[in-house]
Design a protein around this ligand. Structure first.
Ligand SMILES: Cc1cc2nc3c(=O)[nH]c(=O)nc-3n(C[C@H](O)[C@H](O)[C@H](O)COP(=O)(O)OP(=O)(O)OC[C@H]3O[C@@H](n4cnc5c(N)ncnc54)[C@H](O)[C@@H]3O)c2cc1C
Length: 403
């Protein structure tokens, strides 16, 4: 393929956000040249292909957040997309169960958020919860989300990729952004001179943004999500079973997911990772990142703003299969350790932290001007939100371009 090194729009990173932005740009600017560069050999090798595949319903987020509206609309949009394109879609729903008296307040708060966000969610009794999933342990009450569903994230990414290619958008794999040089961009595949640059580089989005004068107060802090699968003959749940989350941090607590293919898995964890692509062992070890991340983790540990100390201690224990099964088991009436032997492919969350306030950013974050645009905090549920999120981002880009 001949590579046009002067596209109107150059997107860095072919995760679900970069891919859906490309589609939306093509819709809005059909006569422009759009190119995506991706450092891996194919799209979706990081968060977008390694997530839980849950189409969240949108009841976790406060009404003033982008996540609230985009999640509700994104859930609907992907369900429709999957049906239209014959992709695997499991309408399995979700139970959020209280395990003790204290957690009932958390259920009430989620129910309030669902109402304000206009998301379908039902408060149910322990008996009703047992009818939906007899193995779930419910103290007095639970929440039932009928619109939560699961997809196969890799299948979704490939479907969007095929659409993109059919529209003549160029995808250049094995092409890493290296640095900016004036109006040009240096990559591992030569120089590009884009009309406008869009950074959707996931775990590296902050690094790219800094080259363009953005992300001054932010850094990405990686958190590792491990998964543990039930044996084929082991535990089989009918629905996703989640705990009441600690709403001070963006993670949902260890839970059970029923995959699009009807397998049951525990996870993901939110274990502080030591470098950005610290998936397994010493793979992709990066000393500079290690030093930087340990420094941030140490300052969070001291400040303890959002209960980081407890979170870090609790999460580190989850490297042990036994401990992870035991913790997840508190969501069920009983659990058999022997059902869980196989780790799944881990994912890493590209969580943005404000280095000045030492707080994790809870909502999506982006910055830009008339030359470049940077998506800095496309954390969960950005997969669910991707279609309406990309519409919003392209309208923001349009505004920047029109001055
Ligand atoms: C464990 C886990 C579970 C999750 N579960 C869910 C869920 O159930 N539901 C949900 O809605 N969301 C979930 N999420 C969140 C969701 O996966 C992400 O929000 C979403 O995938 C982010 O997409 P992205 O395109 O921004 O990032 P990515 O998919 O990470 O894409 C970024 C791309 O940029 C490329 N890149 C990076 N640097 C460069 C460079 N220098 N040059 C060129 N390319 C570069 C990368 O290779 C990558 O392909 C989960 C995330 C994790 C980690």
């Amino acid at each position: 393929m001949t590579i046009d090194k002067r596209p109107d729009f150059l997107i860095i990173g072919a995760g679900i956000v970069g891919l859906t932005i490309a589609l939306e740009l093509h819709n809005q600017f059909p006569d422009t040249k759009i190119a995506i560069i991706e450092k891996e050999m194919q799209p979706g090798m990081h968060s977008s292909g390694r997530n839980s595949g849950v189409l969240h319903a949108g009841f976790y987020y406060t009404a003033d957040s982008l996540k609230a509206r985009l999640c509700r609309d994104g859930n609907f949009a992907w369900r429709h997309y999957c049906e239209e394109n014959n992709l695997t879609l499991n309408h399995c729903g979700k139970l959020v169960v209280a395990r003790n008296e204290e957690e009932l307040n958390g259920l009430d708060e989620l129910a309030r958020r669902a109402e304000v966000n206009n998301v379908e969610l039902k408060m149910i009794s322990a008996a009703e919860s047992a009818e939906i999933e007899p193995q779930a342990y419910t103290y007095e009450r639970a929440l039932w989300s009928p619109t939560t569903a699961t997809v196969n994230p890799k299948e979704v990414v490939n479907s969007v990729l095929n659409k993109i290619m059919s529209k003549g958008i160029s995808i250049l794999n094995d092409t890493a952004y290296i640095k900016r040089s004036g109006d040009e961009v240096i990559t591992s595949n030569g120089k590009f001179a884009p009309g406008y640059l869009i950074n959707t580089a996931g775990l590296y989005a902050d690094k790219v943004a800094v080259d363009f004068g953005f992300s001054k107060n932010y850094k990405i802090l990686p958190f590792k999500g491990l998964y543990l699968y039930a044996n084929d003959t082991g535990l089989k749940l009918k629905t996703n079973v989640y705990p009441v989350p600690d709403l001070r941090n963006p993670f949902l607590g260890v839970h059970f997911t029923v995959t699009a293919e009807n397998k049951t898995k525990i996870g993901p964890t939110a274990i502080p990772a030591f470098w950005r692509e610290n998936y397994t062992g010493w793979n992709k070890f990066n000393l500079e990142e290690l030093v930087d991340i340990v420094g941030i983790d140490a300052s969070l540990f001291l400040a303890n703003n959002f209960g980081f100390r407890k979170l870090a201690f609790k999460e580190m224990q989850k490297y042990s299969k036994k401990k992870l099964v035991q913790l997840a088991g508190t969501l069920l009436n009983s659990i058999n350790q022997n059902d869980f032997k196989k780790w799944g492919e881990p994912g890493i969350r590209a969580q943005l932290i404000n280095v000045k306030t030492k707080e994790l950013e809870m909502d999506f974050k982006y910055e830009g001007d008339d030359k470049s645009f940077h998506v800095l905090n496309a954390v969960s549920p950005a997969f669910t939100c991707a279609l309406p999120f990309s519409e919003l981002l392209v309208s923001e880009i349009k505004e920047k371009l029109n001055g």
